[in-house]
Design a protein around this ligand. Structure first.
Ligand code: ADP
Length: 189
C-alpha cells in the first residue's frame, strides 16, 4: 500500500497517518517529524531547518528532497509501501515525487485528502498550542495561508490523476479512520 496524505494543518494528518501505517504494516514517513528530529539533534541541517519551522514557512524543495527521497524509496523497496505525511507539499515536490515513483516503480496508489472547514482547523490548532511551538495562533494562521497557497493546488493535481480520496475530516477521529480504511481496503483488494 503506497499512500500520500494531503491535509491542512490541524486536520489530523499525523494521527491518521500513524493509524494507516499500523493497519497496513507500512512505514509512516512524516516530513515534519523528520525535520523536528534534525532540529532537536542540532545537526547542521537542523540549524538550517529551524527558522522555517519556527515561522511556519515552507522548507525549500531541495532541502526537503535531500531528507525525504531516500527514505521513501527504501520504504517502498523494503516494506512494500509507505504512508507519506507532509510530503509532497508543493506542485514542484509533487512532480519530484512522481518522478521518483516512475524511476523506482513505487508510485502512490492513493492520495488521502483530509478536508475540514477553516474554523475546525483553527480550533484544533489552538487547542494543542502547548505541545508544538509552531501552533501559537499567529504561526498557525500563517501555516494555514501557506497551505492554501502552495499545497491546496495538489488537490486538483491528484484529482486529475484519478487517485484522490476525499475524506470528511471534521468528523470524530475514529470515524475519520473508518472512512479512510474502507477506501484504502477497496484499493488493496
Ligand atoms: P502541519 O501539517 O500541521 O503544518 P507538519 O509536521 O507536517 O505540520 O509540518 C511542520 C512544518 O515543517 C511546516 O510548517 C513546514 O515548515 C515544514 N515542512 C514539513 N513538510 C514540508 C514539506 N514537504 N515542504 C516544505 N516544508 C515542510
Amino acid at each position: 500500500m503506497r499512500v500520500i496524505m494531503l491535509a491542512p494543518p490541524g486536520a489530523g494528518k499525523g494521527t491518521q497517518g500513524e493509524r494507516i501505517a499500523a493497519r497496513y504494516g507500512i512505514p509512516h514517513i512524516s516530513s515534519g517529524d523528520i525535520f523536528r528530529d534534525e532540529v532537536a539533534r542540532q545537526t547542521p541541517l537542523g540549524k538550517q531547518l529551524s527558522g522555517y519551522l519556527d515561522h511556519g514557512d515552507l522548507v525549500p524543495d531541495e532541502l526537503v528532497l535531500s531528507l525525504i527521497r531516500d527514505r521513501v524509496v527504501a520504504a517502498a523497496e523494503k516494506s512494500g509501501g509507505y504512508v507519506l505525511d507532509g510530503f509532497p507539499r508543493t506542485l514542484e515536490q509533487a512532480e519530484a515525487a512522481a518522478g521518483i515513483g516512475r524511476e523506482t516503480h513505487t508510485s502512490a496508489q492513493a492520495v488521502v485528502y483530509l478536508d475540514a472547514p477553516a474554523d475546525v482547523l483553527v480550533g484544533r490548532l489552538s487547542g494543542r498550542g502547548e505541545n508544538r511551538a509552531d501552533d501559537s495562533e499567529a504561526v498557525a494562521r500563517h501555516r494555514l495561508d501557506v497551505y492554501a497557497q502552495h499545497t491546496q493546488p495538489l488537490v486538483d493535481y491528484y484529482a486529475a490523476r484519478g487517485i484522490l480520496v476525499k475524506i470528511d475530516a471534521a468528523a470524530p477521529v475514529d470515524a475519520v479512520s473508518q472512512q479512510i480504511f474502507s477506501a484504502l481496503d477497496r484499493i488493496k483488494n
